[in-house]
Design a protein around this ligand. Structure first.
Ligand SMILES: Cc1cc2nc3c(=O)[nH]c(=O)nc-3n(C[C@H](O)[C@H](O)[C@H](O)COP(=O)(O)OP(=O)(O)OC[C@H]3O[C@@H](n4cnc5c(N)ncnc54)[C@H](O)[C@@H]3O)c2cc1C
Ligand code: FES
Ligand code: FES
Length: 493
């Protein structure tokens, strides 16, 4: 058995916890339950789907005078990524006088719990919501619960409970973190690299085993580059919504893991008049807010991506690098002409996203290279963007197919058509034959039969677990017809 030599430090309810001797792949859930005996947090699926394990993770806000929280699925988050942060579990909600948090009290009075297994996760999702939105609408409440499965109660009493609790006002809803703030400052990770006497960068591990395997959590790109140069096979960890599954379900134990969540440069969104430069650690929740006005269909695809705890950690770069054939952001990004800034050592190259994939789960990244940012063009006057995801469930489900298109109209004819799908090819991809078919045509002239023929010629006819080929082919055609209807209504000005 290998042992570890380092310590993970995080704040829990006014105390610094020093986790020692844990593996680099220990999950937050296992540590909370098995070492801290916080058994209120439950394990249902261990793959981010059921929400029984939801806790709140906090970080010092930009001004350093408060804590920003996000809901997370603790079953798929790795403990060392908590270093420098704080955690709130359902046990944290108990008030000094022993009373319940208003959300808990309302769950009791509205009969929002039966067997109770889902209840701590539901309470934590709701408590997280009311930290950010003190008076949420019914829609915001149901959205916040889209990653919490309840098998016995039914959601109406739960949503009623949330609404009743919110009637009590902001002060009563806030979690008690007065004692956490100073401690969070005390355990902040260094903002600059550690240097050796010779001036070389030394990337300090959070966890290191006797065999020399490590979990590192750098703060700067310089450290990322340095570590990848020394260990090109390092597994990069962003939101952990894929890696966490690989750890839990495939028992993956990468030798070197590098968490990118503390690298300030990767958490930034920069903008020019033409484009947003979205750092590799920007969460999907932030991207959803960023594109809400410019590309409402893209925001809607993201609203239906996983659940709030998934989107609060998962990143655009992680979705792209993972390269699932049914990855949802990629059709939108390809239709919008997005590109990637790929970094290796001191060199950065820009590559169009539609040239990134070289096969199923294969891409153009070279050894030691990583995605530094995604460049997303801003809307251009006169161009239309449409996208739609089709899945068996509306929320918290992966695509049968997601399609996205962008085009202009000149003299009533389609120009500059970019059309992309997931679910139809080994990786998300543009559809050049369909684009050529549409180019120069009036939307009303496009016939279903010619689209069918182009779809049949473009993709491998293969049934999948999510949908048959026949169904996907039908979707591929019908979504185009839908996107071309009333084009002027959606023209971005
Ligand atoms: C419950 C659940 C629901 C989901 N729902 C959806 C859905 O609706 N649609 C969908 O498309 N996906 C879905 N996913 C899949 C997953 O959430 C996404 O692929 C997510 O975007 C991955 O991002 P991440 O930041 O969590 O990546 P991680 O898990 O941290 O990493 C994923 C991969 O990307 C690599 N990587 C991360 N950052 C970089 C970088 N900067 N440069 C190079 N490589 C990098 C990692 O090494 C790893 O191989 C779901 C997953 C779960 C568990
Ligand atoms: S245990 Fe089901 S989401 Fe974590
Ligand atoms: S109360 Fe039983 S699963 Fe929700």
């Amino acid at each position: 058995m290998t042992s570890v030599t380092n310590t993970v430090r995080f704040v829990l309810d006014g105390q610094i916890v020093e986790a020692q001797g844990e593996r680099r792949t220990t999950t937050v859930l296992d540590y909370l339950r098995e070492q801290l005996h916080r058994t209120g947090t439950k394990e249902g699926c261990a793959e981010g789907d059921c929400g029984a394990c939801v806790v709140m993770v906090g970080e010092l806000n930009a001004a350093g005078d408060g804590v920003d929280y996000v809901p997370v699925n603790s079953c798929i988050q790795l403990l060392p990524s908590l270093d420098g942060k704080s955690v709130k579990t359902v046990e944290s909600l108990k008030r000094a006088d022993g009373s319940l948090h208003p959300v808990q009290a309302a769950m009791v009075s509205c009969h929002g719990s039966q067997c109770g297994f889902c209840t701590p996760g539901i309470v934590m999702s709701l408590v997280n919501l009311v930290q950010v939105v003190p008076a949420p609408s019914r829609q915001q409440i149901t959205d916040s619960l889209s990653g919490n499965l309840c098998r016995c109660t039914g959601y109406k009493p739960i949503v009623d409970a949330a609404q009743n609790a919110c009637a009590q006002g902001t002060a009563a809803l806030k979690v008690d973190d007065a004692a956490d703030l100073a401690l969070l400052k005390e355990i902040q990770r260094a903002k600059a690299p550690t240097l050796s006497l010779d001036g070389d960068i030394v990337v300090q591990p959070v966890v290191r085993t006797r065999k020399g395997n490590a979990f590192v959590s750098p703060s700067t790109i310089a450290e990322v580059v340095h570590y990848l140069n020394e260990h090109p096979n390092t597994t990069l960890l962003a939101g952990s919504t894929e890696i966490g599954l690989q750890v839990n379900k495939q028992f993956s134990r990468p030798e070197h893991i590098m968490y990118l969540g503390n690298v300030a440069e990767l958490r930034r969104v920069d903008e020019t008049a033409q484009a947003w430069r979205i750092g590799a650690m920007v969460s999907l929740a932030r991207v959803e807010a960023l594109v809400a006005e410019a590309y409402p269909d893209f925001a809607e695809v993201l609203r239906r991506f996983g659940s709030p705890p998934i989107r609060s950690t998962a990143t655009l770069a992680g979705n792209i690098a993972n390269g699932s054939p049914i990855g949802d952001s990629m059709p939108c990004l390809m239709a919008l002409g997005a590109s990637l800034l790929l970094r290796r050592g001191d060199k950065t190259r820009e590559l169009a996203l539609d040239a990134f994939y070289t096969g199923q789960k294969q891409n153009a990244l070279q050894s030691g290279e990583f995605i530094e940012a995604v460049v997303l063009p801003k809307p251009q006057a006169g161009r239309v963007f449409r996208a739609h995801k089709v899945s068996k469930r509306f929320e918290q489900d992966i695509s049968a197919t997601c399609a996205a298109i962008s085009y202009g109209l000149k003299d009533g004819k389609l120009v500059g058509v970019r059309l992309a799908y997931n679910g139809l090819a080994p990786s998300p991809a543009r559809a050049p034959k369909l684009e050529a078919l549409l180019e120069g045509r009036a939307p009303t002239d496009v016939q279903a039969s010619e689209l069918d023929a182009a779809v049949a010629e473009s993709f491998v006819h293969r049934d999948g677990l999510r949908a048959t080929w026949t169904y996907r082919a039908l979707l591929a055609r019908n979504l185009v017809l839908e996107f071309l209807e009333e084009p002027n209504a959606e023209v971005v000005s």
